[in-house]
Design a protein around this ligand. Sequence first.
Ligand code: FES
Ligand SMILES: [Fe+2]
Length: 340
Amino acid sequence: MLTTKQKTLRKFWYAVMPVHRLNDGPKPFRLLGEDIVLFLDAAGRPAALKDRCCHRTAKLSKGWCEKGTLVCGYHGWAYDRGGEVVKVPQVSSEPVESGFSTPAYHCEERYGYAWVALEDPIQPIFEIPEENDPGFRRIFQFYDEWKTAPLRMMENSFDNAHFSFVHRATFGQPDQPKPQRYDIAETDYGFYAASTVEVKNPPEAHRVTGTSDPVTSRKMVNHWYLPFSRRMDMEYPSGLRHIIINCATPIDDGRIQLMQLLYRNDTEKDCPTQILIDWDWKITFEDKEVLESTDPDATIDISRKVEAHMASDRPGIIMRRRLLELLRAHGEDEVTDARA
Ligand code: FES
Ligand SMILES: [Fe+2]
């Protein structure tokens, strides 16, 4: 699937950038192959416009912010969050109704990120109940570019068969390659998948899992949100919850911006943030290395019977089917690279 070619994907929200990155001025981002610029308006809310001035095409991200408007660095035309040119300094130092504009996109702040939808979204941004639960803390973990496709990353997120191999140096058990099955229920937003897996618990993970047993278990209730987000909700026997939120935001074909948030029902004293970042990064980097070695566009053959296939591929097969159904419901066919 070439994400930049599937117009339906423009109708979803994507976590694009941590909002705090906008404090010192506008920043560029490429979303689904489209160059956009993000900035903060007068109320401190993030806004997103096409990164191209309607005067002489300069990149607006090279400009700066003034009183909640985005000023083009070439001749100083100023844009509001709706993309209207509200000041042309060569004509007047006062705000004007110029009649000129550049395209504006839906943009909202949620969970510390600026989220953007290039066209009217067909689903709201998914809820994270722990965001407003005082028993949980939110930890900003990673914001990292990966050379892979978002569907590849999503398949991997629900693939229990890779633990013993990709994660053999961290939590995977090399001598137990048979994966646990998921109980999967499809929903309007995607699906949820529940499973309990046994994992290695080396000393550097003890404060993360809340136990010093050499092997422990994770009760997982995970969710997939169309098209490229997931929630991995893990509960350890200690009662600790370790909830990872990932968005595989498509930059262009074969590149994603991976965002990872973590919610935990403990305190900094129980487990310092840096330990949580270091341990999860070690695991996530194992995934990154293998995913960047895969073909971003190759398809899972959904014509194969699931029963005859590895059961652990089932979540990925459902994802692919749901994405194809979504495209077709919007009058699109899948576009793939001819090599795949
Ligand atoms: S190109 Fe932006 S103001 Fe002229
Ligand atoms: Fe993994």
